[in-house]
Design a protein around this ligand. Structure first.
Ligand SMILES: [Zn+2]
Length: 330
């Protein structure tokens, strides 16, 4: 179950957390900030478990009553604060009913009472202000672990009272190794997912195992060839068919961008060794023959512009039409 051994990378954070327990220098509040799937939750959970482990070392023993009840979700001295189902924010009621109510009572059978606040950056201002009051004068036994994706959304007064850890974005090669060895994913699929994940191992695992992602990658490659080979009527048809990707158009364009980038790498090196998409080298070489360096470079910036325009203006059909017609220009 939850243990520092389950965290990939993030060695310096693990070292600091272990030392805090070993040297009995535990702070009242910690922030675990980083991408989803980058190990924030595992780090926070392993630390929470270590804090109350009866063995009293820098790692959870896994077999004492405190570790066991943590793993089964029944440790009375670990309190979770979460968003309610369907809610976008953590509201003041959650802080009042869960934190403030529990903080008045000493731990039942442990050294610390640990509060784990998931999506802490989703606490609205009122909730943060209510939390701040507790954070300013916490009882000696309280430890708060805040898990965030963007800790700049926390009030400076909250931030300044927490020790801050930022989980690292792992190199694609390291993520690939993990996916191949633990999830039995093929080398090519693992590397593609690792690159698209932007350094988050959890996201990469999700992508590598997702049939939808595999299918989307295949469609992007197929449609890009079509786009370059077809005539004007075919291009209109293709643009109309893009409606089916409306819900995941950002992923579609991200994949397309990396495909163009792969083509550029292939044009410049003449080798497939550095390509992300090792599984479609024939398609990459075909796109290169149909375009050339200048059009590929222009293509990359057109795709980036399209992503930006979608975020800013959101007129899906117009942005896609504009992109496809410009990509077709010689
Ligand atoms: Zn233990």
């Amino acid at each position: 179950m939850y243990d520092f051994g389950a965290v990939i990378g993030n060695k310096s954070i693990i070292k600091s957390l272990k030392q805090a327990v070993e040297h009995k220098r535990v702070n009242h509040a910690y922030i675990f900030d980083g991408l989803k799937g980058s190990g924030r939750k595992t780090l926070a959970y392993a630390f929470a478990k270590t804090l109350n482990c009866k063995a009293g070392t820098g790692s959870p023993c896994g077999s004492c009553i405190s570790c066991k009840t943590f793993d089964s979700g029944n440790n009375p001295d670990v309190i979770f604060v979460k968003r309610s189902e369907g809610e976008r924010e953590i509201k003041i009621d959650a802080v009042r009913n869960v934190i403030n109510k529990n903080i008045a009572v000493k731990p039942y059978s442990n050294r610390y009472k640990v509060f784990i606040i998931e999506d802490a950056d989703r606490m609205n201002t009122a909730a943060q202000n209510a939390f701040l009051k507790t954070l300013e004068e916490p009882p000696y036994f309280a430890v708060f672990l805040l898990i965030t994706e963007n800790c700049s959304k926390l009030l400076p007064t909250v931030l300044s009272r927490c020790q801050h850890f930022r989980t690292e974005n792992l190199p694609a090669e390291e993520i690939k190794k993990y996916l191949v060895s633990r999830l039995s994913v093929s080398d090519a699929a693992a590397y593609t997912a690792a690159v698209y994940s932007g350094g988050s191992i959890g996201r990469a695992a999700e992508l590598a195992l997702s049939e939808e992602f595999g299918a989307l990658c295949a469609s992007v490659a197929e449609n890009t060839i079509k786009l370059l080979e077809t005539d004007l009527i075919g291009l209109y048809k293709l643009t109309a068919q893009m409606e089916q990707y409306k819900d995941n158009i950002e992923s579609y364009l991200d994949i397309m961008y990396l495909l163009y980038r792969d083509c550029l790498v292939y044009m410049q090196t003449g080798s497939t060794a550095a390509l992300v998409r090792q599984d479609i080298t024939d398609i990459i070489s075909r796109i290169c023959t149909l375009t050339g360096t200048r059009r590929l470079i222009r293509g990359c910036s057109l795709i980036e512009d399209a992503l930006e325009n979608l975020r800013r203006y959101g007129d899906f059909q117009l942005v896609i039409e504009n992109l496809f017609f410009k990509l077709k220009e010689k």
